[in-house]
Design a protein around this ligand. Structure first.
Ligand SMILES: [Zn+2]
Length: 193
């Protein structure tokens, strides 16, 4: 892994954080992002930072064969668990999209079949039951869900979307929010998990 590649991944993470914040998919210090650096390292957002105002020096680099660094995001355990369980996942985004949360409050997840774009970008959505944020239980449940689908809705909390890069992971968060918005506007709740 060259320094240039690591610099590129850092720039992509900052850009993805800014997009999520600008589109209201995270607010203030909510959410967290990460990506693989090579095969054994992970670059993560720091604990308690505004994702719309990150700079490169804020980001935390960890090794997958060790516990997450203390400075890393409060959901670092979940990010690590997914990378360990899913070799093809290169980037992860955890966000709190308001429409998805409104739908999930009734135990429903966005239905990818509702829009052509939905199925193409998110063929399947898993629902993860309530678990304490930052917990080992939530980490295990997220890894289990993302083994089966590229996106998971966390009941009463938010979403985890995986991708081969940040562009794909962010796009999946956006399409989940679009699907939720359409379902809510239509007064229908579809796609029970
Ligand atoms: Zn969260």
């Amino acid at each position: 892994m060259t320094l240039w590649t690591e610099a590129l991944r850092r720039a992509e993470l900052l850009a993805a954080g800014a997009v999520l914040a600008r589109r209201g998919l995270v607010r203030g210090r909510e959410g967290n992002l990460s990506c693989r650096i090579g095969d054994g390292a992970v670059l993560l957002t720091p604990r308690g930072a505004d994702k719309g105002r990150l700079i490169g020096a804020d980001l935390v680099l960890g090794a997958l064969d060790a516990p997450p660094p203390a400075a890393a995001s409060s959901e670092a355990l979940a990010h690590y668990a997914v990378y360990r369980a899913c070799p093809d996942v290169r980037a992860l985004v955890h966000a709190h999209p308001p429409g998805v949360l409104a739908l999930a409050a009734s135990g429903w997840v966005p239905d990818p079949h509702a829009l052509e774009e939905g199925l193409a970008l998110v063929p399947r959505v898993e629902l993860v039951g309530a678990a304490a944020p930052g917990s080992v239980d939530l980490a295990a449940a997220c890894a289990d869900a993302l083994r089966r689908a590229p996106a998971a809705v966390l009941l009463g909390h938010g979403v985890f979307c995986a991708g081969s890069d940040f562009a794909q992971a962010v796009e999946r968060v956006e399409v989940l929010e679009l699907l939720a918005g359409v379902a809510l506007a239509a007064g229908r709740r579809t796609g029970a998990a």
